[in-house]
Design a protein around this ligand. Structure first.
Ligand SMILES: C[S@@+](CC[C@H](N)C(=O)[O-])C[C@H]1O[C@@H](n2cnc3c(N)ncnc32)[C@H](O)[C@@H]1O
Length: 252
């Protein structure tokens, strides 16, 4: 599962999913094939609550490289939605001192992991907040707005479409003029999957939850543009992923 070249097995790890979700007939408890929640026993866990994302070691530096390039010169507050284990936000905060990061996740086990990683690494990251990307999250971050950066990694394919809408609408409200919405994950592009493993991955997601599935970059772009954002710059990433970079117009 360590390869960078995509495929269904890589996808299973990339989104926190598992390929060993119990058996139909073996008596083992049924677990979803793709789970939006990391749990001890399904991913490596430490006694202090830190969880290890299966894909962090592989995607953190490629994402950071693009983020650093896109955010060159950007200073201010950064909000991550769907922070998961918290490893990414701690990694980015250590490398991008001009940005003050606040992580968030609706899952309390994830928030405990985020806060345990913050404590362990001693990085300048604020406490994790309980934010739903589909909800009125800009109101909950009014105290740190306007934001220079909003970040969402591996969220849109494993959440309903209303999460995409909430993300772009909220970003358009919460970002400062010139601020960036950075989205990373697997997408369809030009009406096609971007790699051979993604079709099966997408089918598996949709079979498990009809509201999940890889989003079309064009649909995300249309929603973001309707909300008032410009872009995206689309950056091809390892394992057939994409980074999408939207901006709030400097005069908007
Ligand atoms: C596949 S994990 C990705 C976590 C992390 N960003 C990473 O890449 O390791 C999906 C994350 O989305 C979060 N999530 C699910 N629904 C959400 C929502 N409506 N708003 C914000 N986060 C959500 C889950 O709790 C989980 O942490």
């Amino acid at each position: 599962m360590g390869a960078q070249d995509g495929g269904a097995q890589d996808r299973g790890a990339e989104d926190g999913g598992t390929e060993d979700g119990g058996t139909e007939d073996g008596g083992a408890p049924q677990r979803p094939r793709h789970f939006a929640a990391f749990r001890p026993g399904q991913v490596p866990a430490e006694a202090d609550g830190r969880l290890h994302s299966p894909s962090f070691a592989r995607n953190a530096d490629p994402i950071l490289k693009v983020l650093a390039s896109q955010c060159a010169g950007l200073r201010g507050r950064a909000l991550e939605l769907a922070s998961g284990t918290g490893q990414h936000v701690c990694h980015f905060a250590a490398a991008l001192p001009g940005l003050a990061f606040t992580p968030s996740d609706p899952d309390p086990v994830h928030r405990a992991s985020i806060d345990a990683w913050r404590a362990r690494l001693g990085v300048p990251v604020a406490p994790a907040r309980d934010l739903d990307a589909a909800g009125d999250w800009p109101a909950a971050v009014a105290d740190i707005a306007p934001l220079a950066l909003v970040l969402a990694i591996n969220l849109l394919h494993i959440a309903p479409w209303r999460v995409t809408e909430g993300l772009v609408l909220g970003a358009a409200r919460a970002l400062a003029p010139g601020g960036i919405l950075f989205i990373y994950g697997p997408f369809r592009q030009g009406g096609r999957h971007t790699g051979p493993g993604n079709a099966a991955f997408d089918a598996g997601l949709r079979a498990e939850n009809p509201e999940w599935g890889l989003r079309d970059i064009e649909a995300v772009a249309a929603a973001a543009q309707a909300a008032g954002l410009t872009g995206p710059d689309v950056v091809i990433m390892p394992a057939d992923n994409r980074s999408l970079v939207f901006r709030r117009p400097a005069s908007g």
